[in-house]
Write a protein that binds this ligand. Structure first.
Ligand code: FAD
Length: 370
């Protein structure tokens, strides 16, 4: 075992912080280098849904999601030992709404898949759904009630994991990494924007969508690109809905912290992470489609950040080909908050050269055709 090594993690999003946490807990010396602030990008701006059922997933991703849900539940019990940050982990039931035959067809498929897995989901008539919440529009045709999907507040979760890492000895440095330093196929450390060099026995690149720019450092392209998502934070004269309301890719999302979110957009806008009038109008339009009460909400604030999308929808987790001690954890797309604990835990075991109870080889960067 190489537990006396020093590991540098580039990027202080949820993925970098989780990896730091599991390494530091195993007594490995870790430094996170973050150029903005911990959780300042998508990891702080995410909706915080821990749902594996957002988009259709194959068995490998479904199993990985299940493992992550298990680890999130464990973390929620464990983290109070190291931090008093409350990130509002818990379940608010979901109502997935159908307003047309096409909606019903896609919900039927969703319902059949979950029922087959023995999960607790219930098909409701439009009338029953409407009686359950005054937020739901009269024209709803049917709905699925689901109580299987927890949620968190993403920014406090990221901060809690960062604090827990520090509790176990991890250090967090504010600096931009501008390159790696190498000796043959080995990494010896990283260069910082101010000319300093930090030495390391291993380096983890957890740079979210900015992994796109890694070619000059590592010699090949990582197929990860940004997708902008905007969220509105609402105030309403009415009691918040008791259910998270979902229609297609849109949601009105009450949080256990008492906040109310509406989202989101799925935009190809390069690396621009500013909010736009058009994005805001789209979210409000979708919210109005689900709920006439949305007409009376006011927008308190809004945010925009970048999902790190990988080309094949699988994250990259593991050692980079052609390099001895260089690792990547990136490309978690719309589910990086959900997928973060198992990414951190099982990547840390690879770095420590430990045998692992869970096989993450399907996510290995070896699938890159170099
Ligand atoms: C609107 C929206 C809603 C979302 N909702 C959910 C959800 O409900 N559930 C869910 O599971 N996921 C959700 N996601 C996805 C999730 O936010 C991301 O998958 C996840 O945050 C990615 O984490 P990360 O650590 O890889 O990236 P990031 O959070 O982007 O962190 C990468 C970090 O690396 C730093 N960095 C980059 N380059 C350098 C450098 N050279 N030197 C130093 N630091 C560097 C950046 O500053 C950044 O802080 C959502 C995303 C969006 C946009």
């Amino acid at each position: 075992m190489l537990n006396d090594q020093h590991v540098i993690i580039v990027g202080g999003g949820i993925i970098g912080c989780m990896t730091a946490f599991y390494l530091a807990k195993a007594k490995v010396s870790v430094t996170i280098v973050e150029r903005d602030a911990v959780g300042s990008q998508a990891s702080g701006g995410a909706a915080g849904l821990l749902t594996p059922y957002w988009a259709p997933v194959d068995k490998t991703l479904a199993d990985f999601s299940g493992e992550n849900l298990r680890l999130h539940a464990d973390l929620h019990k464990e983290l109070p030992e190291y931090t008093n940050i409350d990130y509002h982990y818990g379940v608010i039931p979901f109502l997935r709404l159908a307003f047309s035959e096409t909606d019903e067809q896609s919900l039927s498929k969703w319902y059949a898949d979950r029922s087959k897995d023995g999960l607790s989901v219930e098909w409701l008539s439009g009338k029953t759904a409407q009686q359950m919440s005054s937020w739901i529009g009269r024209n709803v045709q049917s709905a699925i009630l689901s109580t299987i999907e927890p949620q968190v507040d993403a920014y406090p979760l990221t901060m809690a994991i960062a604090q827990a890492s520090e509790y176990h000895g991890a250090k967090i440095i504010s600096a931009e990494v501008t390159n790696i330093t190498t000796a043959g196929s080995s990494i010896t450390g990283v260069c910082l924007h101010d000319g300093r060099e930090l030495s390391a026995d291993s380096v983890v690149l957890a740079m979210g969508p900015w992994s796109h720019f890694l070619k000059p450092w590592i010699g090949f392209h990582i197929p990860v690109k940004p997708q902008r998502g905007q969220i509105l934070y609402l105030d309403s004269p009415h009691k918040h809905p008791e259910y998270a309301l979902i229609h297609n890719d849109s949601y009105i999302l009450p949080k256990l912290s008492g906040r109310l979110f509406a989202g989101t957009t799925w935009e190809d806008a390069g690396f621009s992470n500013n909010t736009t009038q058009q994005g805001q109008e789209q979210i409000i339009k979708n919210a109005l489609y689900m709920s006439p009460l949305s007409q009376e909400v006011s927008v308190m604030s809004s945010s925009a950040c970048l999902r790190p999308l990988s080309e094949d929808n699988y994250p990259f987790i593991g050692q980079l080909p052609s390099w001895d001690n260089l690792y990547i954890a990136a490309g978690h797309g719309p589910e990086g908050i959900l997928l973060s604990p198992a990414t951190g835990k099982y990547l840390s075991e690879i770095i420590m050269n430990k045998s692992s109870a869970y096989d993450i080889s399907p996510f290995s960067p070896n699938r890159l055709a170099l």
